[in-house]
Design a protein around this ligand. Sequence first.
Ligand code: UP5
Ligand code: MG
Length: 196
Amino acid sequence: TGEGQALVLFVLGGPGAGKGTQCANLVRDYGFRHLSAGDLLREEQDREGSEFGDMIKTYIKEGQIVPMEVTIQLLENAMNSTIKDSGNRKFLIDGFPRKLDQAVAFEEKVVPSKFTLFFDCPEETMRERLLNRGKTSGRSDDNEESIKKRFKTFVETSMPVVDMFEKEGRVVKVDATKSPEEVYATVQKQISEKGL
Ligand code: UP5
Ligand code: MG
């Protein structure tokens, strides 16, 4: 199917760091297809007849990580249909991998990433952004209680993925505290140094 030849960037960062916001900029200017693992899971949760709907719902509300078989399958399906429908093989994989074994499995079975774009942001800033978004997002996890759980999972389970890639010299780290425009200017500068 050709996903083995895809160009993949992982886009990681804590809850509310601005992954989705910056991916939209990169789609506009670089022609990537944006695949948010969280969005794919929420779609699957709402899909009529999904056998995983209830399970996904619980995991998301509790800030827990959905078993990777489900997420990887959704990502592969989306990649394959993008390649088939448009020929586009450039992907931003947003919010995945969130656990070390997911990183290993994806890079072995699907395709190695070119590098990881990591949005670095303190919790207090992320918390404010999420609570603010929660006023209108309708997301079941944009509330105080779920946000606390998401932060804990991020620190304990997902940050080790970034640390592993960092040790391998495969992370582009961006300060995500400034305005969206300023953050994007940094992203553009840093990825151009990586040949994009
Ligand atoms: N905003 C953005 N940038 C800003 C800036 N520079 N200055 C001021 N405001 C800024 O942004 C969040 C909010 O902040 C928005 O209102 C935005 O306008 C503003 P956004 O770009 O949406 O941030 P993002 O990092 O994408 O935040 P998101 O909430 O999507 O991150 P999460 O990682 O928490 O959510 P995700 O959807 O990836 O995952 C949700 C859940 O799904 C997980 O907790 C988990 O339960 C499950 N999941 C899995 O199990 N496995 C996966 O592989 C993926 C998800
Ligand atoms: Mg997002």
